[in-house]
Design a protein. Structure first.
Lengths: 263, 317
């Protein structure tokens, strides 16, 4: 048992903690100044704003979609259900670059939807809409994948009981189903958020990477790296990593406290 | 408060769960739906509650056709075999659920929930969560929750099936007392014939999606309408074309014209009663029920050859 634990810890250290520690070390190797000067550049600030904005749009959308989708997969019977179930996983299997390319073909010149928006003066590609679409696509499965097994496990008897006690569909969802799946939803949201913050490939294709306009934090890292501002690249990476770790820690802090009072 | 089910059919893919079922449940009565698993009894209860939509037929509750209505508009209380407790709510909140859905005043909810928790003897446990209760306590909570909304009819789906024998017996007696006090029209589903006979005024025996017989417990036992009821409700031996209850067989030591020979295989002492398992000459098993005194007088022993004679038998055409 002790041997196994050591192997697991060593593996985690080499694969996860090593690179993170390296980023941390490189960021502050030449002092705090470099770090701060990159982060305070208007283009960097804007890149973070873009990332947070896209995340703030994509996460609620995918949370609602994920819950509705999970309810449909577990509780309803309809033709094509197997297909829906399989398609939810598609973004996990598809390379983000392919997703980006698909959006490009769909909304670009000659694409099916090009005239629909271009004629009305709405730009999709090289602008926020395509970046949101790409991010929503790649982060779609996480909430549904977390909620589906939990819904299966709790079964539908509690919901039936609520119905017989006079609760409507919405009341049953809000007062019985949602509280029962809340931790699966929270976990799904955390994973979705992490995926949105870290998205690179699909957004890289559709955004055009215009500095100060359509550049997200991850694109900014690449940009700084290519321009030989390594300390800046490390600094932005560190902030991204810190946000992700904070989200995870916040979740684990919340969970046992709530769980203890509810059981 | 009566329930009238007419011509209800329900299929699940190829399986016929209910086949043209009609029953009348009188207002204020306690009726049991009795049958083996797969007989359709639970499906029938769920159709009455609106949890299952029948393919054909109608359901009337208190003279109102409710066939197309969802469960929340039927005024039924439903108790589930596996409790279906709201796991994230306290006992108090579980019981208060129906009332708070109906937007009753806080004072009214307080009063009613306190009353019900006292009735089901859970008044000290109102702040507990379902996971902290025993099975029997959880089911009493389930009953209080169903009763809180003053249902027109109370429907119980194998409510004591998941409990151990002693608790089951206790709750059964308690349910009967509760019914005698409240007179809420009650339908209980069970596969346990003893439970049905003990608790119900009227028993509906079901088999393969059809109603075999509707009768009070005594008539059901004394005048079974079919071979199925004869063998499912109480024990029965088969003698040629006739069926004989184990206590309607006389055991004698000497043959006479009407007796048949059999060998004692096993004698089981069950307190006041003694069960004797026999094998007939043709290899068919027989079960006889004697009082302890009779068994002692005959001085029976296993391996012994005796002679049996039916004192009362039933034949079905």
């Amino acid at each position: 048992m002790v041997g196994l634990r050591l192997v697991a810890l060593a593996y985690l250290a080499i694969i996860l903690l090593g690179p993170l520690a390296m980023v941390f070390w490189r960021t502050f190797e030449h002092g705090f100044h470099n770090f701060w000067s990159t982060l305070s550049q208007p283009s960097t600030v804007h890149a973070f704003e873009m990332t947070l904005l896209i995340t703030a749009i994509a996460v609620p959308l995918n949370t609602v979609f994920g819950i509705v989708c999970a309810l449909a997969i577990v509780r309803k019977r309809f033709p094509g259900k197997g297909l829906v179930n399989a398609f939810v996983d598609l973004p996990l299997a598809l390379s983000p670059v392919v997703v980006g390319l698909a959006l490009f073909l769909l909304y670009g010149r000659g694409g099916w939807f090009y005239h629909l928006f271009a004629d009305r003066g709405i730009s999709i590609l090289f602008a926020l809409p395509s970046m949101v679409l790409a991010t929503v696509f790649v982060s779609l499965p996480f909430v549904a994948r977390e909620v589906v097994p939990t819904l299966r496990e709790i079964g539908d008897e509690q919901e039936q009981a609520a119905h017989t006690l006079g609760a409507s569909g919405w009341q049953t969802f809000r007062r019985v189903t949602l509280p029962s799946i809340r931790w699966a939803v929270v976990y799904g949201v955390v994973l979705t958020t992490a995926r949105c913050l870290g998205e690179y490939g699909a957004v890289a294709v559709v955004s055009g990477r215009i500095e100060g306009k359509t550049e997200t934090a991850t694109l900014r890292v690449q940009d700084q790296y290519e321009n030989f501002n390594l300390a800046g690249a490390y600094g932005i990476s560190l902030v991204l990593a810190t946000i992700a770790v904070c989200v995870l820690v916040a979740m684990t802090m919340l969970r046992p406290r709530e769980g203890a009072s509810a059981r | 408060m009566s329930i009238v089910v007419s011509g209800v059919s329900k299929r699940f893919n190829d399986f016929v769960a209910l086949d043209d079922v009609s029953i009348d449940v009188a207002g204020g009565s306690l009726t049991a739906l009795l049958g083996p698993s797969g007989s359709g009894k639970s499906t029938l209860l769920r159709v009455i509650a609106g949890l299952e939509r029948p393919d054909a037929g109608t359901v009337m509750i208190s003279g109102l056709n409710v066939t197309g209505r969802p469960p929340q508009e039927r005024g039924v209380g439903f108790v589930f075999q596996h409790y279906a407790a709201f796991k994230h709510m306290t006992v108090w909140d579980n019981v208060a659920f129906g009332l708070s859905i109906r937007k009753r005043s806080k004072a009214e909810i307080e009063k009613r929930v306190a009353e019900l928790l006292e009735l089901v003897q859970l008044d000290g446990l109102s702040k507990r969560y379902p996971a902290q209760l025993s099975g029997g306590q959880r089911q009493r909570m389930g009953l209080a929750r169903a009763l809180a909304v003053d249902p027109e009819v109370l429907l119980l789906d194998e409510p004591f099936g998941a409990l151990d024998a002693r608790v089951r017996k206790e709750l059964r007696a308690w349910l009967r007392r509760l019914h005698d006090e409240t007179h809420t029209t009650t339908v209980i589903v069970t596969h346990d014939q003893e439970e049905a006979m003990e608790v119900a005024d009227e028993v509906v025996v079901m088999n393969r999606g059809r109603v075999e017989q509707v009768a009070n417990p005594r008539d059901l036992y004394e005048h079974p309408a079919s071979e199925f009821v004869m063998t499912f409700v109480g024990q029965a031996n088969r003698l040629g074309d006739a069926y004989v209850r184990p206590h309607d067989l006389e055991v004698v030591l000497e043959p006479n014209g009407a007796t048949r020979e059999a060998m004692i295989e096993r004698i089981v002492h069950l307190g006041f009663e003694v069960r004797v398992d026999l094998v007939r000459e043709d290899g068919e098993p027989l079960s006889v029920q004697l009082t302890r005194d009779e068994a002692e007088r005959l001085e029976l022993d296993s391996g012994q050859i005796v002679f049996v004679r039916p004192t009362r038998q039933t034949t079905f055409s």
